[in-house]
Design a protein around this ligand. Structure first.
Ligand SMILES: Cc1cc2nc3c(=O)[nH]c(=O)nc-3n(C[C@H](O)[C@H](O)[C@H](O)COP(=O)(O)O)c2cc1C
Length: 143
């Protein structure tokens, strides 16, 4: 079982509980809770009011959460997700303490005309996955 952590709630507490209750690994992070309002009316742009922010903007938040989990002594494996698009994004997350990486928005979203280029996009992602599979992450100090 893998527990996915939200950056908006008590992720350190949840990670500790996960370790105590036999969870195998953590995923960090889920989308960041956000809000947009129509500037004319003040009404939320999304029907549910709040929405989830993903992609490049949340990478520093994801890195912060992974680092804080490690600094707090969490030893469960961490699958990092949040704004990952390139090999260097992956390396940053490994330095922060991740054991694996995962792509969300980078594999789903393109500008509408960009979908015509999806075979190229898919080839780029396959290349990134191959590069990461061959990558030896930095050793973490034992706790
Ligand atoms: C359209 C969309 C749908 C998502 N659906 C789920 C979901 O069903 N379950 C879940 O745990 N996370 C879901 N997520 C969150 C992603 O798995 C991921 O944690 C988040 O988008 C951050 O990674 P990214 O910046 O690479 O997209 C969704 C994200 C997006 C953008």
């Amino acid at each position: 079982m893998i527990l996915k952590l939200s950056p908006d709630y008590d992720y350190l507490g949840h990670a500790r509980l996960a370790a105590e209750h036999g969870v195998s690994a953590l995923t960090a992070i889920n989308t960041v809770k956000g809000l947009r309002l129509d500037p004319e009316t003040g009404e939320p742009l999304l029907k549910n009011g709040f929405g989830g922010l993903s992609g490049r903007a949340i990478k520093p938040i994801g890195l912060r959460v992974v680092k804080e989990l490690r600094d707090a002594g969490v030893t469960l494996p961490i699958i990092a997700t949040g704004g990952i698009r390139t090999f260097d994004d992956c390396r940053e997350y490994f330095w922060a303490g991740a054991d694996a990486v995962s792509l969300g928005s980078a594999s789903w979203f393109a500008s509408y005309p960009g979908y015509a280029l999806s075979p190229l996009h898919a080839a780029r992602i396959r290349g990134l996955l191959r590069r990461i599979e061959g990558y030896q992450p930095p050793a973490r100090p034992a706790r």
